[in-house]
Ligand binder design. Sequence first.
Ligand code: GTP
Length: 266
Amino acid sequence: MSSVFGKPRAGSGPQSTPLEVNLAILGRRGAGKSALTVKFLTKRFISEYDPNLEDTYSSEETVDHQPVHLRVMDTADLDTPRNCERYLNWAHAFLVVYSVDSRQSFDSSSSYLELLALHAKETQRSVPALLLGNKLDMAQYRQVTKAEGVALAGRFGCLFFEVSACLDFEHVQHVFHEAVREARRELEKSPLTRPLFISEERALPHQAPLTARHGLASCTFNTLSTVSLKEMPTVAQAKLVTVKSSRAQSKRKAPTLTLLKGFKIF
Ligand SMILES: Nc1nc2c(ncn2[C@@H]2O[C@H](COP(=O)(O)OP(=O)(O)OP(=O)(O)O)[C@@H](O)[C@H]2O)c(=O)[nH]1
């Protein structure tokens, strides 16, 4: 469990400028990206969802006594990575999710990790990824062993967790906060390295086209210079929906939560 709440460190009071962290959740349809995102943001499990929604949410978090302005992009690729530049150049860290009861989703997570590794190589920018085996509560229907998850994560040098969006909130929160820690470590190493925001006017210098070398034909990196701003997760354009904290949350300081573009919360 994460030890995120406690005595504030000297100099890290409410006045501290929050660290800005962008987190993208990747994975095959149905792996549980939205359920994990909503669990983290609201402590609730959703069983109904709109698979076509791709939203970016923002939440004020405290991680290791440090205020963090966290943006979470719940992506909605179909079965393979698509138009990946919208998150590749935006995120400071990635959560790659598969479902322990789906071999197909595990195979997809491997594709996503390859995509991230390829992107890191091409851009010389290392962005941390965490591999998550979701739906741990469905372990009796496992198609993917824990050892396979550990091995895949080891191949790509990322942290690995098995989680469940419908079990305890603390574990899910811990995983998201670990992603923040990983992102922070990377940002501290190279503070000048920030995600790229791309407009129609500004082409990326030296952006070599990446091809289907890794079976990722649908991911056309060479179109970066023509990506329009509307494809990027712009908070300013979003409709804001405030979610009041439930009574269950009252024992602990509830994080400020702003949901963008109308997620269905029950
Ligand atoms: N039992 C169980 N079901 C889950 C869990 N996480 C998600 N689900 C269910 O799995 C289905 C898919 O979950 P989503 O969160 O919508 O999956 P997704 O990866 O966001 O899928 P897309 O929105 O299609 O990209 C839904 O019916 C969820 O209720 C979990 O941890 N355990």
